[in-house]
Ligand binder design. Structure first.
Ligand code: MG
Length: 331
């Protein structure tokens, strides 16, 4: 049996139907600029008008309770997080986020929980100028699938391929907070203002940073699987290797105090769930990129360089916890 939410089983009440719930919580039109939305929720499909001459960037992410987030996390947090991790993929491609659809499976039709979930979801929609254009609510183990649609001019998308030997490697924001926040949650921390819990439960998709990197970064990815794994993806796609300077990794505030330096670095290297952008760029583009990122409230930290030698150098085996630099021997 999937874990149900607290109080669900012992609250006898009339359960609202799926259509009623969708109409009440997922058909709102207050996400700001809903430009391009010809027909919103309420018909069999939404009708969307993409900007002329643009390509659509589309991605889907499923978040499952007690796999990707704690089932007992506050509902508003679950709503925010499910959308944030999906939007992070648009950020990684340098796409302008436009629309999303959402399918929620929930063990019982707990209207109070759904209301709070929708608050968290819609709040991030507004902040990200994304319109929720379709939703589905069904009964099942708690999970959320979010499909995001963004736009990008032809040729402007940031790809995993394109990195060149000699490029500098950079990240936005800080690393290790995803893993540190999970550990803090498991240790009983529940203060959502706690920096590590913020990083784990309320990640900010770096959409503006992704737009800022267009034309400057040679390749990019968002850090969902962990820096080493995602850098491995970049290197593999670009046909290069990398040299990391582990002492330069920007560790999330409070991480080193909570875990100690070595475990903090390990969290930054292999923990995942950080949803920062990892990219490479030529040295001459660093200052412009730094200024553009600062202009949208982001930071840039240089953490190494791409090389012609396959594999990722500069990381002690003890720090990786046995992680293979290129599983399967590639490239
Ligand atoms: Mg990704």
């Amino acid at each position: 049996m999937p874990r149900s939410m607290p109080g669900v089983a012992d609250r006898p009440r009339r359960e609202p139907g799926e259509f009623e719930l969708i109409a009440r919580y997922f058909a709102r039109r207050d996400e700001g600029e809903a430009t391009g939305l010809v027909l919103g929720p309420g018909d069999d499909c939404a009708l969307l008008s993409p900007s002329p001459g643009h390509q659509l960037a589309v991605s889907v992410d499923t978040s499952v309770a007690d796999v990707h987030f704690p089932a007992t996390a506050p509902a508003a947090v679950v709503g925010h997080r499910a959308l944030a991790v999906a939007l992070s993929d648009l950020a990684a491609m340098g796409a302008q986020a436009r629309w999303c659809t959402m399918a929620l499976a929930i063990p019982a039709m707990d209207e109070e929980w759904i209301a709070a979930f929708s608050e968290g979801f819609h709040a991030l929609c507004r902040q990200s100028a994304v319109s929720l254009v379709g939703g589905d609510v069904t009964r099942g183990q708690l999970s959320i699938s979010v499909t995001v649609h963004g736009e990008v001019p032809p040729g402007a998308a940031l790809r995993r391929q394109g990195g060149r030997a000699g490029d500098l490697i950079a990240v936005t924001g800080s690393l290790g907070g995803g893993q540190g926040g999970l550990k803090a949650w498991q240790a009983g921390e529940r203060d959502l203002d706690h920096a590590l819990l913020q990083a784990y439960l309320l990640p900010r998709p770096r959409l503006e940073a992704g737009l800022a990197l267009r034309g400057l970064a040679n390749c990019a990815i968002d850090i969902s699987d962990g820096l080493l794994a995602d850098l491995g993806h970049l290197c593999h796609a670009s046909g290069v290797g990398a040299e990391l300077d582990v002492d330069r990794l920007p560790l999330t505030a409070g991480l080193e105090t909570a875990l100690g330096r070595e475990a903090a670095q390990r969290a930054a290297l292999t923990g995942g769930d950080d949803y920062e952008l990892l990219f490479s760029l030529p040295a001459e583009a660093v200052e412009t990129t730094r200024q553009r990122l600062q202009a949208c409230g982001n930071t840039l930290t240089l953490i190494g360089r791409l090389s012609e030698t396959p594999g990722i150098a500069g990381v002690d085996a003890g720090l990786t916890g046995g992680w293979q630099h290129f599983p399967g021997g590639t490239p």
